[in-house]
Design a protein around this ligand. Sequence first.
Ligand code: GLU
Length: 291
Amino acid sequence: MRIAKYAAVIVAAGALALTACASGSPNGGGGDSAPEPAKEVSFDEGTTMAKLHDAGKITIGTKFDQPLFGLMNPTTNKPEGFDVEIGKLVAAELGLSEDQIEWKEAVSANREPFIEKGEVDIVVATYTINDERKKVISFAGPYYLAGQDLLVLEGNPDGIKGIDDVKGKKVCSVTGSTSEKNLQEAGVDVLATDTYSNCLEPLRSGEVVAVSTDNVILAGLADQNQGEFEVIDNPFTEEPYGIGLKKDDVDFQNFINDTLEKSFKDGAWAKAWEKTAGKVLSTPEPPTIER
Ligand code: GLU
């Protein structure tokens, strides 16, 4: 069976990768950086894995304005965060180094079109797996389970305790996100913008009483703007984060799922968390992959 064949090669390559990591990485990361790329991978001809490996390049869509998950570092001109580390893990299993990744900014509304048009090979961008999206793309994962919550001004001047307290009130969220849809379904008056960072000014000015999206995105924004905002911490949805890929590319989906499962087991996933989101949030248990 094809899947079993490349899985065996990857396990062997993964062992090499660990050895390489112990001897230090050219990126100067040592224990900090993503695993050293597995050089001796080989893939069945015609698969997306073979194509990406042979091209020596993968294009990954991620957020550029979400602290902890995907935030552009203007000094290095590279994004940083948990999603970025997950993208690096996938690239490494394809035998690609960090330098062989092209990062493209994804916003909530352009993720499916990016994948459908082939502008990116994968999307790793706080991307909830759901049936509506599965009509046009496929997902690997989940690699994290978030939940939608509310961000308010520090001190919570309106005394908001949860979603019921903002029904009929104005709350900022992002077009094309599950957050926007969940709010609309709950009877909240939504001010929709393109990125969550663009929701902060309306919250500061009092145009909205809250910003709503996944708790981990809100935690990152609160951490980035110390003393200004707080997360209510009363999540009201489940948001399993997946890696978006071309619809029905089952070999690639299985490959990414195998990669994620390996990272759950060998500690690479936990390490990726600890160096990014883990600076603010406690380390969760890895979720179970949907097969
Ligand atoms: N996870 C949700 C979604 O995929 C909200 C966060 C986001 O917009 O990236 O739509």
